[in-house]
Design a protein around this ligand. Structure first.
Ligand SMILES: [Zn+2]
Length: 68
């Protein structure tokens, strides 16, 4: 455990079961993430989009249409 106080959007290394490693940005608290599939072995997944903080998007959506 490093900082661990609140989610920190930072660069992490993703390691896939197929052996591919790539860097992405995530709020995931670890520096390394192991996944079952990646963009290299499964075209459906774009890799990084799986780890995007979707709650941030919802919050933006609410602010855009809920406020004012
Ligand atoms: Zn893979």
């Amino acid at each position: 455990m490093k900082s661990g106080i609140h989610p920190n959007y930072h660069e992490i290394t993703v390691e896939c079961q197929c052996g591919v490693k790539f860097a992405t940005r995530s709020t995931y608290k670890e520096d390394e993430l192991k996944v079952a599939v990646c963009s290299q072995c499964h075209p459906f997944y774009t890799g990084t989009s799986k780890f995007v903080d979707t709650t941030g998007r919802v919050d933006k959506f609410r602010k855009k249409y809920g406020l004012k």
